[in-house]
Design a protein around this ligand. Structure first.
Ligand code: MG
Length: 498
């Protein structure tokens, strides 16, 4: 990529410093989650706060802000235009939301996180109410400052998935909810549904780590530019274009959590590592949006890792690593794909998962638009759980207090998880037209799969908006029917439905 325009060059000088500061912060955060002794926490918080302050100051620099706002884009190249568009998108938050509100939100959410942990532990939603009320008020005000055309919630959705609107999400989620709830009722009526495939032996961390390393090898995630460590919640972080690290977590009596987490996080890492190196230190680096990022992790986790053909390929490795000859391919495919309508989102299977997201989306949309208030959440939550998943939480800890996201004030984030699942199914459908996907899974030869993703998705980084990328790759806009077809075909076979 060659940048000709001198104004764009100038913008990129500041952006490069922002990008470097963000990566220094990512390094500190990685260390905090992976290595740090508990007493280091206060010092680390001060270090991170300073970096956040430096980044904010860079964005708010008057000369930088003016050149971002005034730059003429007519004669720019496509890449230069995308650079300006992305800087405007990222800078929007700093330019439009008053600094006092940004600082207040940072303070309020730091406190709210601690209160949320206590409230969840003690099943005490009332304790969380004043804090969450403050956060919702701030996010309503942030949405007003950011501006929106039709729905106030659009302003928040755009922070995570540029160009996304409530209307678009609604048109996808409404039919999806109906389809999935009906399909779950159908599955519940099968004899297969009552069967349990829960692992019950001891699976040592050592063997689980060996399995993870083997998966990393199969997925072509190299030690030269990555690492595998352990943390409380698995994550992926980019410390540099050539240093993208993942973490996992080992449960002694169940290999499934580590298996899925490793593949999921490798999926995120491969995306970051596949972006055009020319885009480093520009706003085209990294993935295009949270939704597209999640499509990459969910593709590897579900379409590859939970497929019958890949289970068949992996079964001998499972048997020898764990010295457990009951881990046949049939056992693996059933244990990795049990449909279990239940209360907790992060433990949800592929079929019920999106219903957890749709419920959260509907609550967020109504909260931000003042159709409901914070004290209404538990009742609305339980009613929707019962309607969509046929299960009702007894406590708020296993209901509306289960996720950390609202304590951070991340309203608008949840829908990107479902978009990721839907994009993944649509991409897979397109991929199947040009490579023999089943044969790759059967042989465990995944290079053609990675090559396809690299060429069609990864390489572009943030060059296109998410909906433009989907159109470019698949020839149409996001269409939930691909996900519905994928679910029906796969689970009809597992649950002996015709
Ligand atoms: Mg993810």
């Amino acid at each position: 990529m060659e940048i000709q325009d001198k104004d764009v060059k100038k913008l990129l000088e500041t952006y490069k410093e922002i990008s470097l500061l963000e990566k220094i912060k990512a390094t500190l955060d990685w260390d905090l989650n992976v290595n740090m002794p508990p007493k280091g926490v206060h010092g680390r918080a001060a270090q991170s706060t300073l970096l956040t302050k430096l980044v904010t100051e860079k964005w708010l620099d008057q000369a930088f802000k003016e050149s971002v706002e005034q730059i003429k884009t007519d004669s720019l190249s496509a890449e230069e235009k995308a650079i300006v568009r992305n800087i405007r998108q990222l800078g929007n938050f700093y330019f439009k939301v008053p600094k006092e509100i940004i600082l207040e939100k940072s303070e309020v959410t730091t406190q709210a996180f601690v209160v949320w942990s206590t409230a969840k532990k003690n099943n005490d939603f009332k304790l969380f109410v004043p804090h969450l009320t403050k956060i919702v008020d701030l996010d309503r005000s942030i949405a007003d400052h950011l501006g929106f055309e039709k729905n106030k919630y659009d302003a928040l959705l755009n922070l995570y998935e540029p160009g996304l609107t409530t209307e678009f999400v609604e048109n996808i989620f409404t039919p999806l909810q109906k389809e999935l709830s009906e399909y779950i009722s159908l599955v519940r009526s099968t004899p297969q549904f009552a069967k349990e495939y829960a692992p019950a032996k001891v699976y040592s961390s050592r063997s689980q780590r060996k399995l993870s390393k083997y998966l990393m090898h199969l997925l072509h995630y190299s030690h030269e530019e990555g690492r595998l460590d352990v943390s409380a919640h698995p994550f992926t972080t980019t410390l540099d274009r050539y240093d993208v690290r993942i973490t996992t977590k080992y449960f002694k009596h169940d290999f499934r959590s580590n298996y899925s987490a490793t593949i999921h996080e490798v999926g995120h890492a491969l995306y970051e590592l596949g972006v055009n190196p020319d885009y480093s230190f520009t706003p085209l680096e990294g993935g295009v949006s949270l939704g597209i990022h999640e499509s990459q992790s969910r593709f590897w986790e579900n379409m590859v890792g939970r497929s019958a053909l890949f289970s068949e390929f992996l079964s001998p490795a499972f048997q020898s690593l764990f010295s457990d000859y009951s881990l046949t391919s049939e056992y693996l495919v059933h244990s990795l794909n049990q449909i279990r309508p239940d209360l907790i989102r992060i433990e949800a299977d592929e079929v019920t998962y999106n219903l957890h997201i749709i419920l959260r989306y509907e609550i967020e949309r109504d909260l931000i638009n003042q159709k409901i208030e914070v004290q209404d959440i538990p009742a609305v939550w339980n009613e929707k759980m019962t309607k969509y998943l046929l299960v009702t939480p007894i406590t708020d800890s296993e209901g509306c207090l289960q996720d950390v996201h609202w304590s951070y004030g991340s309203f608008g984030y949840f829908p990107t998880y479902s978009l990721g699942n839907l994009y993944a199914a649509q991409f897979t459908h397109t991929m199947r037209k040009s490579i023999d996907f089943d044969s790759c899974l059967r042989k465990g030869e995944l290079q053609p799969v990675l090559d396809w993703l690299r060429k069609n998705i990864h390489i572009h980084g943030g060059l296109y908006l998410p909906h433009e990328l989907v159109q470019k790759v698949t020839g149409e806009k996001l269409n939930p029917q691909y996900f519905i077809d994928y679910i029906r075909e796969k689970y009809n076979s597992i649950y002996n439905l015709s």
